[in-house]
Write a protein that binds this ligand. Sequence first.
Ligand code: FAD
Length: 378
Amino acid sequence: MQFALNDIQLSIKKMAREITVKEFAPRAAHVDETGEFPWDNVAQMRDAGFLGMTIPEEYGGGGFDEVSFNCVVEEISRACISTSGILCAHFLGVKPLIIAGSEEQKRKYLPLLAGEMLGSFAITEANAGSDAAAMATSAARHGDEYVLNGTKVFITNGGEAGQTIVFAKTDPTAGARGVSSFIVEKGTPGLSFGKKENKMGDRGSCIRELIFEDCRVPRENRVGKEGDGFKIAMKTLDDTRTSIGAQAVGLAQGAFDAALDYAKQRVVFGKPIAQHQAIAFMLADMATEIEAARLLVYRAAALLDAQAERYSAESAMAKLFASEMSHRVVHKALQIHGGYGYMKEYPIERFYRDQRIIEIYEGTSEIQRMVISSNLIR
Ligand SMILES: Cc1cc2nc3c(=O)[nH]c(=O)nc-3n(C[C@H](O)[C@H](O)[C@H](O)COP(=O)(O)OP(=O)(O)OC[C@H]3O[C@@H](n4cnc5c(N)ncnc54)[C@H](O)[C@@H]3O)c2cc1C
């Protein structure tokens, strides 16, 4: 069993680290405070090739493996979860095309997504989040077009992305089997966007409603067969949720680094708090948990690279453990900072707020437990 990253993975990780330290870290507090969509960071990611990383080279991408991609997400998340969130949501818009897109769709959209166009993925509705198959958005076939009606909520990159993969019912009587997926470009008549939501954390990556009112989409924009949309969505999430685990590992590492520095400097009762065993043991537990989660994330990504038959449960385990681990780590990191950790002057309160979303999006912890247990039981 190989536990080390290879030379290419190591150099990509190093490059992501350098860009993060130079570009994203200095802007992270401003992005959080203002909630501005960090287009500068998106441009940096585009220039570094991150937007096209796992897109095959024949479609203009970098052709890199999932382990490398997860390393990039991890490194960016050490400083700015909003930026890594934009990247992860972009790949939610890319993956369905790689999984089920026609050759024409791949040739048309993947080169754009590898460079100038942000992607997004719209499945959630006000009454259909975890229970996504309960969606009400409809796509009625009229000749060579589908007419979409309904509203999606909480869509990351919504309004900023040039393209969205939208899931809608072509057969409202058939449950999950009645769902189909479509490429909808920004600017398509009948598609409008709601206001930018005001979030507790992860404040730079915007979420908006997508409102479809007789939005006409050409038949050639349907991804996969009619009725295959739900399967495509679930396969996409199997492939992408590991990267949310990578966000958790990176965020926890960022919080840990801040806590370790602080613990070495802050003196109480005549010595640095790191030398009080209660604090030293907290640091030991944090470092151990981060390492365990990192291994789960890399393993799930490696299984995906190896096109293993099974990785649905493994990617859910990586996301579940890493996200809940990051909760415990930010809690301890703030505790180590004492009262100062509660102040805006220190980055730890931002990590604390940002962390919470990792346990919710791309499937809550409860949904990950359902995925894992159903794989165990069947
Ligand atoms: C910042 C942010 C970004 C997002 N980005 C996107 C995006 O880009 N695209 C997109 O389509 N969606 C996106 N979402 C939506 C997100 O995936 C959903 O919010 C999430 O899946 C949970 O759905 P819900 O909010 O409707 O909660 P609900 O499904 O109503 O769940 C409420 C609670 O019940 C629990 N629960 C649900 N079902 C069960 C069950 N069977 N057993 C036990 N407990 C259960 C849940 O775990 C949760 O604790 C985003 C959300 C946020 C907040």
